[in-house]
Design a protein around this ligand. Structure first.
Ligand code: ZN
Length: 648
């Protein structure tokens, strides 16, 4: 019944490593000049991914869709309770096999659609497969009920008598760990009707609450004002163009944009306060209904994370805000400002012309990447060389008309990861490649080491491998830089990354925590209270050289992350862990690589903090956060030398 048994995935691994043994030298990579307006057919075939590894034809996909539909019916016919060990193993086997098959169907349609956004047929295939996936996920309720119908002794006996159950052990135990939180069927039904998704098997932030929907509608309805752009023309500001004007090199344009933006938000402050407090009250009620002391504890418990992880991040960052203060004063000095305002934060600190690396074609980027990630060892290097060789069908390299923008990695269990890029021959694109292959190889190692039920890494661990790769690439480029300009450009990008990902996201995390605490204490969450709290945090984080303008405290109002239910902090813990691991690899070599590989291969077979411990990172302690902050401090040391004390 299981399509990708142990034998299949080990075999896939062997084939892969044999083929990958060639190392950095890919099969001849032809040269090609990227053209976003080209048709897909004009991009040489070698640069397009090969979906035939998923399904040979659409007819095969259709046939598989029917198999999934039949299996969903079969799953629905199982009794949820009164199961014995053998039946439980059968339910789990059928459920994960069905999930795996449905996932193949969904990804196939999704990948086709991603490169043919104008193809309605591909869109319909995607919709159809997603609807089927929904039906599969609905069956998870039956699976959970079956698992929870065993008491502890019965479960121990079941593991002993039915060996197949061992395959699902991590999945089973993760559900049983929280079984005290499951209420009687009537109460569960009510919570479900209310929209509780604490038990959902998907990202917590994927199902928007009514408050989040109201927030989105409010943002959509707002008419943004017109401003005067760099050429003196009156232009309409939109939510999408705000970021561009905020980063304008013309100070008057960016000042005007920020002032107009926050001034407009201010007119809707009570409505925004109502949607945000609605969201936080709802989360708090759902958490309390299950006996959790707070929403924070409840949402962290989904991944067995102790609240200490969250609080440690905030207290560690707070203890080192002096480094962010230094960043702000460097900006002030370099830009020659009297003080730094919000509208001075997003413009490049020095002339945007500076920066080498443009004109880096794919073959060069690939070779540089393989060299830069050399410290990750031979096995990693072989996988990277194989996956980035376009001839092997993992990657869709270049932009073209009707292709999805940006980049992503999607992994198909038993096949291999697929990576979508929009490579345009720049150094930035190489960083994106490093990032996406962090995801891809993480998935690949997990799916060749774990059964389907335990291969998918949780969101909390998702951005560690990707940011570790970026840190290693940055180190490599700094070591090989040819000029001060190149160093400055790399150092500034690194500083900005740490400012926005560690400091800004931790500020968000603290705001989210503190507003929830107000809700927990029964205090009124008014617009005034939110403004005051937010402005106070900005003042503390950014320090004496930073000046808050009248409506700056309103920034909380439009940040969508505040509706993601204790998710935003994972950006900061992810990058911190990534940097901490990159440091370990640089300093310790082999043992650090071994630890990282063990974590990556672990998928979700253990709790996230346990897996991280294998890579030598303990997020209940300040050390990994301090590693990232130290990197910012060192970056600033050098930038101060290059920009202030040096030639300028
Ligand atoms: Zn990512």
């Amino acid at each position: 019944m299981k399509r990708w048994g142990a034998v299949a995935w080990r075999a896939a691994m062997v084939v892969l490593l044999t083929l990958g043994a060639g190392g950095a030298l890919a099969s001849e990579i032809p040269s090609y000049t990227p053209d976003p307006n080209a048709s897909r057919e004009e991009v040489p075939e070698v640069f397009r991914w090969d979906l035939s590894a998923l399904f040979a034809t659409e007819a095969d996909w259709k046939a598989e869709i029917e198999v999934v539909a039949r299996q969903v019916e079969e799953l629905a016919s199982f009794p949820a309770t009164d199961s014995d060990a053998q039946t439980l193993a059968r339910i789990l086997g059928l459920y994960f096999d069905t999930h795996d098959r449905a996932n193949h169907c969904t990804l196939y349609a999704n990948l086709i659609h991603s490169v043919r956004l104008d193809d309605d047929h591909a869109g319909a295939m995607e919709t159809q497969s997603l609807a089927l996936m929904d039906e599969v996920m609905t069956q998870a309720t039956t699976v959970r009920q079956a698992i929870l119908s065993f008491d502890d002794q019965e479960m121990t006996d079941a593991y002993a008598s039915e060996k197949d159950l061992q395959t699902y052990r991590s999945y089973i135990e993760n559900i049983r760990r929280r079984r005290d939180r499951v209420l009687d069927p009537q109460a569960e039904r009510v919570l479900n009707l209310m929209g509780d998704n604490l038990w959902a098997e998907i990202d917590l932030n994927e199902i928007p609450s009514k408050s989040e929907n109201a927030f989105g509608a409010l943002l959509t309805d707002i008419a943004w004002p017109k401003i005067i752009d760099e050429d003196g023309n009156e232009v309409q500001m939109t939510l999408a163009s705000y970021g561009k004007y905020r980063a304008s090199e013309n100070r008057e344009v960016r000042r005007q944009a920020v002032q107009a933006f926050f001034g407009t938000l201010y007119q809707f402050r009570h409505a925004f306060a109502a949607t945000l407090s609605g969201q936080y009250e709802f989360s708090t009620e759902l958490a309390r209904a299950r006996g959790y002391e707070s929403a924070k504890v409840a949402y962290l418990d989904k991944y067995a994370l102790a609240p200490a992880v969250y609080d440690n991040l905030i207290s560690t960052v707070r203890a080192h805000t002096d480094v962010l203060h230094r960043y702000v004063s460097l900006r002030k000095t370099v830009m020659g400002l009297d003080a730094v305002h919000l509208y001075d934060l997003y413009v490049p600190m020095v002339d945007a012309e500076i920066g080498a690396g443009d004109g880096m074609d794919y073959a060069t980027a690939r070779e540089t990447l393989i060299e830069a990630l050399g410290p990750l060892g031979k096995e990693y290097g072989q996988l990277l060389a194989y996956g980035t060789d376009p001839a092997n069908g993992w990657i869709d390299v270049y932009p073209h008309a009707a292709k999805r923008s940006g980049a992503f990695s999607a992994s198909v269990y038993g096949v291999h990861p697929y990576v979508l890029m929009n490579f345009q021959n720049s150094q930035d694109d190489m960083f994106t490649l490093a990032h996406e292959f962090g995801h891809a190889i993480h998935s690949h190692l997990a799916m060749t080491s774990q059964p389907y039920s335990a291969f998918r890494y949780v969101p909390f661990l998702a951005e560690i491998a990707s940011t570790c790769n970026e840190a290693l690439v940055n180190d490599y480029l700094l070591r090989h830089s040819q000029s001060d300009e190149e160093r400055i450009s790399l150092l500034l990008a690194q500083a900005e990354n740490i400012r926005t990902t560690i400091f800004r996201q931790t500020l968000f995390a603290q705001f989210e925590r503190d507003v929830h605490a107000m809700v927990g204490r029964g205090e009124a969450v008014t617009a005034d209270a939110l403004d005051e709290l937010y402005a106070g945090l900005v003042r503390d984080y950014y320090g004496p050289d930073y000046v808050l303008d009248d409506y700056d405290g309103m920034e909380w109002a439009y940040v969508p992350h505040f509706y993601y239910k204790f998710y935003v902090f994972t950006y900061a813990t992810g990058l911190s862990s990534g940097i901490a691991i990159a440091d370990r690899v640089r300093e310790m070599g082999e043992p650090a690589v071994k630890g990282l590989m063990a974590m990556l291969s672990g998928g979700s077979s253990e709790a996230p903090l346990q897996l991280l411990a294998r890579a030598g990172v303990d997020l209940t302690q300040p050390a990994p956060i301090e590693a990232a902050i130290r990197r910012l401090a060192e970056t600033l040391d050098e930038l101060e030398l290059l920009l202030v004390k040096g030639s300028r």
